[in-house]
Design a protein around this ligand. Structure first.
Ligand SMILES: Cc1ncc(COP(=O)(O)O)c(C=O)c1O
Length: 366
């Protein structure tokens, strides 16, 4: 299973991809899907209409399975920020309400909530991370009070991979009737997740990291019990029906998350996302996670042996404090990386090999 997963990724050019928490290469299945649809659009145009719509629906079904929700609870956007904006600007916030988040959230999860609070008069409570940028759930729970309406946090943080215990958090949010929104961008596809079983009210994420599909798709999953209270942000033909319906000023929006998709979609990117999600499901998240942990653990240990200080949370991300020559050494391989937070972020995926990791360690040792 793992071997066939690894074979899905192009390794002929010797590039080492260790910025998968930034932008991962896409799988062969995703590449083939794009080629398939571009060829059919080229040859058949409108005759593809039903088929491509079915394939978009297939992606929705597969993604719902990966997230642990129903497919009619999922809407596609162009980015995670777009998906979060849909939720935050239509969530019923008012003056005096409080929204809680971490002080190290990625901008696409921080700025929309900041703006939603500004517009509504709600207060954004920014919780200070704990030692070494860790994110213990107790620090969030401590800040909850009768004014808290919503928690908006990432499951896995982008700087160092710090994880917040979502199951533990939802026990409290459910009891206190506080809405729990989780940005799953840095965790979905690499660790098991289940929105319903974990008691999460809404999630958002995107296509181009751990899901190894092209840039350009964000998604929102909103629990049906909140569907009535969140109005669509963008409005168009598909809010109500399809492009084939005659205009009707009295029509009413769809009842499920499809009402959030106002118009025509990014068919190539969405169907490619579906192909990569199918690959993850076929391989199994457990197998992918196991391999990622093996690689990141070795990377972390190797860096520590070389004398580097590291930030590692038993996930994919290993962040370490570089010396003056570290960047040039990595670039010489070449191995990509990101400068994030305290140091340099490396983030192996399951398609990486142990020899990628050993090569990086060897060049850093020189
Ligand atoms: C936690 C998190 N959310 C979202 C994103 C991506 O946001 P967007 O799709 O809006 O570019 C990133 C990218 O680094 C991220 O780390």
């Amino acid at each position: 299973m793992l071997e066939s997963y690894k074979k899905e990724f192009y390794r002929e050019n010797k590039l080492i991809h260790l910025n998968n928490a930034g932008l991962a290469p896409i799988s062969k299945s995703a590449r083939d899907k794009i080629n398939y649809w571009s060829e059919r659009f080229y040859q058949e145009g409108f005759y593809t209409d039903k088929d491509y719509m079915n394939d978009v629906q297939h992606t929705r079904n597969s993604l719902a399975y990966l997230i642990g929700c129903h497919s009619e609870e999922i809407a596609f956007f162009q980015s995670t920020a777009g998906a979060i904006s849909q939720l935050c600007f239509h969530f019923p916030l008012s003056s005096g309400d409080e929204v809680i988040t971490w002080d190290q959230e990625y901008a696409s999860n921080l700025y929309p909530w900041q703006e939603a609070c500004k517009r509504s008069g709600a207060k954004l409570i920014i919780v200070e991370s704990a030692e070494n940028l860790s994110t213990p759930v107790e620090k969030i729970i401590e800040k909850m009070n009768s004014k808290t309406k919503l928690i908006a946090i990432s499951w896995v943080q982008f700087l160092t991979g710090s994880v917040t215990d979502i199951k533990k958090l939802s026990r409290v949010t459910n009891e206190k009737n506080i809405f729990l929104f989780v940005d799953v961008m840095q965790g979905l596809g690499l660790h098991s997740f289940h929105m319903k079983d974990w008691g999460v009210d809404a999630v958002a994420g995107g296509s181009h990291k751990w899901l190894t599909s092209p840039v350009g798709v964000g998604f929102l999953a909103l629990d049906s019990k909140f569907m009535n209270i969140i109005k669509p942000h963008n409005i168009g033909a598909y809010t109500f029906g399809t492009c084939d319906d005659p205009t009707d000023l009295t029509c009413i929006p769809k009842k499920n998350a499809l009402k959030f998709e106002a118009g025509s979609k990014q068919v190539l990117e969405i169907t490619a996302l579906g192909a990569s999600v199918d690959l993850i499901l076929k391989t199994s998240v457990i197998i992918i996670e196991e391999e990622i942990l093996k690689l990141s653990h070795r990377l972390n240990e190797g860096l520590k042996d070389l004398g580097y200080s590291t930030f590692y949370n038993n996930g994919s991300i290993v962040n370490f404090i570089p010396t003056k020559v570290t960047e040039n050494k990595l670039l010489s391989l070449p191995c990509n990386f990101a400068k994030r937070g305290p140091g340099i972020r490396l983030s192996p995926h399951a398609f990486n090999s142990i020899s990628d990791i050993e090569l990086v360690l060897a060049v850093l040792k020189q």
